[in-house]
Write a protein of this length. Sequence first.
Length: 70
Amino acid sequence: MHKIFTVRVFGTQALDEAVNRFLSENEHIQVISSNQSIIPGGGTVEIIYSIIYKEGRQPTRIGYLGKPGE
């Protein structure tokens, strides 16, 4: 099943920080797609960024469970 991560930030630096934090905390996911929408505004650009992903196999203390490709 696919899941969605969405973040709404002001500026590209905040976007980089939010996306990098999400990806580093969820190393086992498989990214299916991503989308970025820019909303022009006053002095700061508002960005909505979404990642569609699915859970990958998670490592256990003795390796991966399941067959390759699952």
